[in-house]
Design a protein around this ligand. Structure first.
Ligand code: UGA
Ligand code: MN
Length: 343
C-alpha cells in the first residue's frame, strides 16, 4: 500500500470510528479515480513549471550576463576565473574610464612567472587595457601566447633599451624606453582614461585599480616594501599633503615610486612634451616634473588618504638561466617541450 493510501485510510479511520469500512471502502474502490487525480496534479505542476519558465526565460540571458559581469568585478572572485568570462568582462561596452596599464618587461628566467601573476591580477579588473612593452627588438612568442590566453584587452609592443644606455655607468634606467613607448601609444590611441605604470614584478591589490580609475589629473598612494623605511608614501595631515616619506628623498621634488601614482589621459594629452627621462633613480621625478604646470599641492591623495597599502614593490629572487638540456638523453621526453618554456 502506498503512503498516500495509508494517509487516507488513517484519516478516515480517526474521523469515522465504526464507519471505517463505509468510509475506506469507497476510497479504496476507486483507484482509477485516484490515478486520475494524481495525473491531474502532475499536469498542473508541469503547466506551472512551464509558465514560470516562460516568465523568466526572457530575462534569463541578460540576468546571466549581468551576473557574470558582477562576478568578474567583485573583488573576492578568485580561482574559478576563466579567460572566457574575462573576455565578456573586457568586451563589455566601457561605461567607466579605461585604465591603461603600462608594463615594461624583459626576457629572463622569472619573466613568465611574473607575467602570469600580473595577468591573473588584471583579469579581475574591468575596463582595462594592458600595454605590455618588451625590452627587445621583437616580441617573444611565449609572452604573446600568455597574453592571448588571458582575455584581458592588450597591445603587445617592443621598445629595446638603446645600446648607449646599456653601457651607462651605474645601473641603466630600467623600463624607461618601454614606458615612453606606452605613452606614445596612448597619445596615438586614447582620448580619455587613466594611465598607470605597473612593473611586471610588483604585487597589486585589485582594489588599487579603482583608485587609479578615479584619478582626475595626478593621484598618489603608498607603496609597500620600498627601501629602508619599508614604504614610500605622501605624508598626509588633515587630508592634505604635508610632504613625502621615502628612504631616499635626495633632490627629488616628487620622491615617489613608479607604482605610487597615476595620471589621467586627458591631463597627459594637454602636455605633449611629457616623457620619462633616461636618468636612473630620477625616472618618476623627471616624468612628474615634465607634467608642469603641476605642483605637489595638486596631488589627489588616494587609498583612504594614503592610509592603505594596495601595491607592494616585491622583488623576485633572480635565478640563473637553466642548464642546457642533454638532448641525446632526453630527446623523446616531455623535457623537450618544457625546456622551450623556461629560460
Ligand atoms: C625600481 C622602480 O620601481 C622602477 O620603476 C625603476 O625603473 C627602477 O627601479 C630603476 O630605477 O631602474 P626595480 O624593482 O629596482 O624598480 O627594477 P626592475 O623591477 O628590475 O625593473 C623595472 C621594470 O623594468 C620591470 O617591469 C622590468 O621588467 C623592466 N626591465 C628591467 C626591463 O624592461 N629591462 C631591464 O633590463 C630591466
Ligand atoms: Mn621591480
Amino acid at each position: 500500500m502506498a503512503y498516500w493510501d495509508i494517509q487516507v485510510y488513517g484519516t478516515a479511520a480517526e474521523s469515522c470510528g465504526d464507519n471505517l469500512k463505509n468510509w475506506s471502502l469507497p476510497l479504496r474502490l476507486q483507484p482509477h479515480a485516484r490515478r486520475l487525480l494524481t495525473a491531474c496534479w502532475l499536469l498542473a505542476a508541469v503547466a506551472l513549471l512551464l509558465l514560470l519558465l516562460g516568465v523568466f526565460r526572457s530575462d534569463y540571458a541578460s540576468q546571466r550576463r549581468a551576473a557574470a559581469l558582477q562576478r568578474c568585478s567583485r573583488a573576492a572572485v578568485a580561482l574559478a576565473f576563466t579567460a572566457d568570462r574575462c573576455q565578456l568582462l573586457h568586451s563589455a561596452p566601457p561605461q567607466q574610464r579605461t585604465v591603461y596599464v603600462i608594463t615594461p618587461t624583459y626576457r629572463r628566467p622569472e619573466q613568465l612567472a611574473e607575467l602570469t601573476r600580473l595577468a591573473q591580477t588584471l583579469m579581475h579588473v574591468p575596463a582595462l587595457h594592458w600595454l605590455v612593452v618588451e625590452d627587445a627588438a621583437r616580441t617573444t612568442p611565449a609572452v604573446a601566447e600568455l597574453l592571448a590566453r588571458t582575455g584581458v584587452r592588450y597591445d603587445h609592443l617592443v621598445a629595446p633599451m638603446p645600446e648607449e644606455c646599456n653601457i651607462l655607468p651605474g645601473s641603466k634606467p630600467r623600463g624607461v624606453p618601454q614606458r615612453n613607448r606606452g605613452l606614445q601609444w596612448i597619445r596615438a590611441n586614447a582620448s580619455r582614461g587613466v594611465l598607470y605604470f605597473a612593473d611586471d614584478d610588483n604585487s597589486y591589490d585589485i582594489r588599487l585599480f579603482e583608485e587609479v580609475r578615479s584619478t582626475e589629473r595626478v593621484a598618489m598612494w603608498p607603496v609597500g616594501l620600498i627601501g629602508s623605511y619599508g614604504i614610500s608614501t605622501p605624508v598626509v595631515v588633515d587630508g592634505r599633503l604635508a610632504g613625502f616619506y621615502d628612504g631616499w628623498i635626495s633632490e627629488r621634488k616628487f620622491p615617489v615610486d613608479m607604482a605610487g601614482f597615476a595620471v589621467s589621459v586627458e591631463f597627459l594629452l594637454q602636455r605633449p612634451n611629457a616623457f620619462m627621462p633616461y636618468e636612473t633613480g630620477f625616472e618618476e621625478d623627471g616624468f612628474l616634473k615634465s607634467l608642469a604646470p603641476f605642483e605637489p599641492n595638486e596631488i589627489e591623495l588616494k587609498a583612504n588618504n594614503c592610509s592603505k597599502v594596495l601595491v607592494w614593490h616585491t622583488q623576485t629572487k633572480k635565478n640563473e638561466p637553466s642548464a642546457p638540456l642533454d638532448i641525446k638523453k632526453y630527446n623523446n621526453t616531455n623535457l623537450v617541450l618544457l625546456k622551450k618554456q623556461i629560460v
